[in-house]
Design a protein around this ligand. Sequence first.
Ligand code: CDP
Length: 319
Amino acid sequence: TSLVTYRKSKVSSSPIPLPYIKSKASNSSSPKWTFNRTLSNLIRKHILRFLDAERDISILKSTFKPGDVIHYIFDRQSTTNISENLYHLLPTVSPMKNQHYKQCAIVGNSGILLNSSCGREIDSHDFVIRCNLAPVEEYAADVGLRTSLVTMNPSVVQRAFQDLNSEEWVQRFVHRLQSLSGSVLWIPAFMAKGGEERVEWAIRLILLHTVNVRTAFPSLRLLHAVRGYWLTNHVQIKRPTTGLLMYTMATRFCDEIHLYGFWPFAHDPDGKSVKYHYYDTLTYHYTSGASPHTMPLEFQTLHALHRQGALRLHTGPCQ
Ligand code: CDP
């Protein structure tokens, strides 16, 4: 059994000044948005100094064997093993190898999507990324149906599928997985301890029902590299959210990136209340206090990039 430890990424030691993130470009939320290809290419280049999403999106079969010990990224003293089943589902090549898309949509889970009628627009992108197995069928008009890649924090099994505590919840979970057919299922299995069993259940069900998904398990360096990129740009995030992780990775394989469902605020610009998630009853209390995320700061950063045309944030209803 080999000890797999986190190896420091090959980050250039000199800080790179990237003025675009802090830049106080005009504050007006002008409805006119044009894509800034030059800036978007520059961001891709800078992020590549920290991580290569084509590689870091998943560890590969060739690098591990069943039984290998992994230290959790946020709980370094705790370890888990590469189980036989997990090994079985490791990709042999990167699921994003040589893939490039003109327009990608990243769909966050904010309630701002409700009554947005953005479903069709979201689905019109070449590649659609979703977070945490958020339901789509019941909300298709607002969030669309298409999924090219979806993330699944292990905690989702507990939060959205009642820890599979009855046959009915198992069926619902399997149904959700089966509806993904062909897309990438990205499981951050080694971030924080506590999700080991849930990851194993999910993997077993995928194998048992021969679910047609391409599983990916982020590299052990990804999180530090993403955080490093933003910290170098003086964005003091604690732990990047799934949404920010997806944006940072998507710069590698997408030209134009459109974000929907990113709104970490309890009210919309007109003062109407906005649900934390479009599909459940979690409230903003959930993010306060002990939460390791700094969503409003992330939002500000993404908004600065939106103003400069590097990405497009959609926060209002679609046509
Ligand atoms: O895994 P995590 O808790 O970060 O994410 P989530 O609650 O499933 O939502 C997916 C992503 O949508 C988040 O990571 C945020 O980037 C974004 N989000 C947002 O901007 N505003 C909200 N009210 C909720 C989520």
